[in-house]
Design a protein around this ligand. Sequence first.
Ligand code: PXP
Length: 249
Amino acid sequence: MASLGVNIDHIANVRQARQTIEPDPASLALLAELGGADGITIHLREDRRHIQDRDLKLLRELVKSRLNLEMAATEEMLEIALKFSPDMVTLVPEKREEITTEGGLCIATNEIYITTFVNKLQSNGIPVSLFVDPLKEQLEACARSGAAWVELHTGNYAEASWQQKPRELSRIKESVARARSLGLRVNAGHGLTYQNVEHIAAIEGIEELNIGHTIIARSIAVGLKEAVREMKELIKNPRKDPLFSQGLN
Ligand code: PXP
């Protein structure tokens, strides 16, 4: 059975929308672990639109499972990764104008740079995963780079119409087999939902699925009723705060 890495970036998205302190990704990551998450994934973006450096620091201290840091292959991020030593770094492409990570990395056209970058992390004990589209030439370049892992981009499968899904699914199955025959370990993710995850989860050889949006969306759906109920209760029966009612001096 594949393990589950929960991507908690969207928790930080909600917090940043108000530039405030809640919801807090670090404390909620502990709830995700209690629910069975085998790992916590965050993407520290160059523009810091959601996860902040402080979140990484706190999560490094608090996460008991595994912390997977998604990042772009830049000098700034390299320095941060070496400082905080996450349990894994997943290298992803990053564009400022995108809403979420759009495609996989093009290892084939940046092979020398990526190979050196991978080596700097792995020689410091941080395993590297490369987020790539399920394509033969990318997987071969990943293997040459020396990275221990790949994460196969499941976005095309997730977005495909039902007629196209079987073709996208076989592409992923073939890529898993190819990656493993090249000596790579395999994760997968992006766009997976409660509706489409099962076919991917059934593929032999995928070690971890990284899933974010759908889990955070579902947590709002399953938690909203209780959150409203709690607020109604406070409005109906305000609690007495002894310090406040007696004054502070
Ligand atoms: N894997 C990678 C490399 C990603 O960039 C993302 C999105 O941040 C995910 C997995 C999770 O995708 P989703 O939020 O669609 O589940």
